[in-house]
Design a protein around this ligand. Structure first.
Ligand SMILES: [Zn+2]
Ligand SMILES: [Zn+2]
Length: 185
């Protein structure tokens, strides 16, 4: 859905849509598993720069709700994730920041994005907001044991034989130290 300032006059545009899985390609390890609900409104904001120039911004306020599946960072098992967030963003026409005039909205006040002349693509905004909401590192559980580096087996499910055979060299050194002490006493 493309939004242009012309769509927002005389009245704001109200948004109430459901995006089916597959409409937005999120990321290779992020899969949408339910319709993604987007509810909110788009408004037009006028920014006056100097005595003459008026810039038309698009303000987008909406709530996102939907279910996703992420992959555990260690064992790659799927993890259910529920996106449920509200955002309030302002988009300026791209290429319109060349001259820093007096701005009605400063960068510090709110997050500023940009839209192309053809309009603001709502799906792009939704995609970015979902990706920003994801946890830095998703784990299926705090103590996930991950995959065996040797056979690739999931160590949460199977204790593979390789793990017994591989002895950390540091442990070997400690064991040797213990033996010396035992002998010395
Ligand atoms: Zn895991
Ligand atoms: Zn193994």
């Amino acid at each position: 859905m493309r939004i242009t300032p012309a769509d927002l006059v005389p009245d704001p545009l109200s948004l109430d849509l459901q995006l089916a899985p597959g409409v937005i390609d999120f990321a290779p390890d992020v899969r949408q598993t339910s319709p993604l609900k987007v509810r909110g409104a788009a408004d037009r904001i006028e920014e006056h720069i100097g005595p003459r120039q008026v810039v038309e911004d698009i303000r987008l306020r909406a709530t996102l709700k939907g279910d996703f599946e992420l992959l555990c960072a260690r064992c790659l098992d799927p993890i259910a994730y529920r996106a449920d967030q509200t955002f309030d963003l302002i988009f300026r026409p791209s290429g319109n920041d060349a001259e820093a005039g007096e701005r009605a909205i400063s960068e510090a006040e709110t997050e500023i994005g940009y839209y192309e002349q053809s309009g603001l693509l709502l799906e792009d905004v939704v995609r970015e907001q979902v990706l920003l909401s994801l946890p830095d590192r998703s784990l299926c559980r705090e103590d996930c044991k991950g995959l065996c580096a040797h056979c690739g087996g999931n160590l949460n499910e199977t204790a593979c034989n390789c793990s017994d055979e591989i002895v950390d060299p540091r442990w070997g050194a400690l064991q040797g130290l213990g033996a010396v002490r035992a002998d010395g006493k």
